[in-house]
Design a protein around this ligand. Structure first.
Ligand code: GLC
Length: 426
């Protein structure tokens, strides 16, 4: 009896197995496989917008790929440390590397990034601001596709300047003069606020003042160091003078971007050095200075226009990533025109695609963007060298000592220049 049963069962079992197999084969792999997860680390305030907007859109279009956005500290130096330790420990968990423009040479030289040179044609690359592409390249190869650009700018209270009969400043001397006058009239508590804490933002701010005085930090072509030259000392003298004359709060040596923005946005200061993201916030409905501010390129000295430091963020792919094709798909989407337009309108950041600076929707919201394109295209790069992190650390330490009166500017810059020269020789 059981033998008969078995004889009957086997063809049924075989039939069912075949049917099941056919069903499984006909199901698209996306439904049977786990989605590929791409990990990416970024500063926490930005992560929220990515998750709620760009990542959602990308995942809806690419059901087989998930992006895990890890929220990191809100400072480029700290974020870089986290990426660096992950790479050094080996087997980095990150696939997509959301990189500050200053990291490219170091990460590329260390062999942590995939070469993306063959991924885009010349025409495809030609739509991005050339400086942003330069900032993503190292020794002739491309490692980072720019997602958003950045350039240091000077914000000023248009209403207060107009009321007091001043035209916007062109030079550092104008900036000091107007600041003092508005402070004396009791219009503001402070004239000028900037970023003076010992961190990367200090180096970015200093590059601009240095450029305005005709100086330089490191010449990337011959690795000459200019920190102990007279122009550099003049730049420090200007910064110290802002504090000494009382137009800048002494606490500035502890400010990052956000501390200085809050003072300006509260209506307490006439001028602010910061990145373009401030525009959208300072013109927000809850801002006391809404509609009262204007923005212009950083001032310089008579006959020498000021400089804007090139900042910005872009995406690379970790050498260790097991999903380079999926990561590339994500980069293509995040740096696309549609994604950037959406992101810029939501955040007030700066696009890396030139066409978006004159895009009707973007200009309607940020009328100064066509002018901003010129600033980005003339912006000054921080030295694009593999040892940038160490060079910046040296500058930050000694500049901070000079600004906080722990060393004389001469001694501080002699030591900074000597240490930088030693670093670049090794
Ligand atoms: C901004 C810039 C970045 C710079 C940083 C300094 O995020 O985009 O390039 O290094 O500020 O704080």
């Amino acid at each position: 009896m059981s033998k008969i049963k078995q004889k009957l069962k086997s063809p049924i079992v075989i039939f069912l197995t075949v049917i099941l197999g056919m069903i499984l084969i006909s199901i698209p792999p996306a439904l049977t496989q786990q989605p590929v997860v791409l990990n990416m680390l970024m500063i926490a305030p930005e992560a929220r917008t990515w998750k709620e907007s760009l990542v959602k859109d990308f995942e809806a279009k690419n059901p087989g790929i998930r992006i895990n956005v890890v929220e990191g500290p809100n400072a480029t130096d700290l974020l870089e440390d986290l990426y660096t330790s992950a790479f050094i420990l080996g087997d980095s968990p990150y696939d997509l590397i959301n990189m500050d423009v200053i990291w490219t040479p170091k990460f590329a030289a260390a062999g942590w990034l995939r070469d993306l040179s063959d991924r885009m044609t010349k025409d495809e690359l030609g739509v991005f601001s050339p400086k942003d592409i330069d900032g993503g390249s190292y020794e002739g190869k491309l490692y980072r596709i720019p997602m958003r650009s950045d350039a240091g700018m000077l914000y000023y209270r248009q209403d207060l300047l107009a009321e007091a009969g001043f035209t916007p400043p062109e030079t550092f001397a104008d900036l000091v003069k107007i600041s003092k006058a508005l402070k004396e009239k009791g219009k503001v508590n402070w004239g000028y606020v900037w970023q003076g804490r010992q961190y990367e933002g200090l180096a970015a701010m200093f590059v601009e003042v240095l450029e305005g005085f005709g100086g330089y930090w490191v010449n990337p072509d011959n690795l000459e160091v200019g920190l102990d030259k007279p122009e550099s000392l003049k730049a420090i003298a200007f910064l110290k003078e802002t504090v000494k004359s009382g137009i800048t709060p002494a606490g500035v040596t502890n400010y990052q971007e956000e501390e200085s923005r809050r003072i300006f946005q509260n209506g307490e200061a006439a001028f602010l050095r910061n990145w373009p993201y401030v525009w959208a916030l300072a013109n927000g409905d809850d801002s006391p200075i809404k509609g009262k501010l204007a923005i212009k390129p950083m001032v310089g000295t008579a006959g020498k226009s000021g400089g804007a430091c090139l900042g910005g963020w872009g995406l690379g792919i970790a050498k260790s990533s097991k999903h380079p094709e999926e990561a590339w798909k994500a980069i293509q989407y995040f740096t696309s025109e549609a994604a950037q337009r959406k992101f810029i309108l939501q955040t007030g950041f700066v696009p890396s695609r030139e066409s978006l600076f004159t895009d009707p929707q973007i200009v309607a919201k940020y009328p100064h963007y066509p002018q901003l394109l010129q600033v980005v295209n003339q912006a000054v790069l921080r030295p694009p060298i593999a040892q940038y992190t160490q060079a910046s650390d040296i500058l930050q330490r000694y500049l901070s000592s000079a600004l906080t009166n722990r060393m004389t500017p001469e001694k501080a810059m002699q030591a900074a220049a000597a240490e930088t020269r030693r670093l670049l020789r090794t």
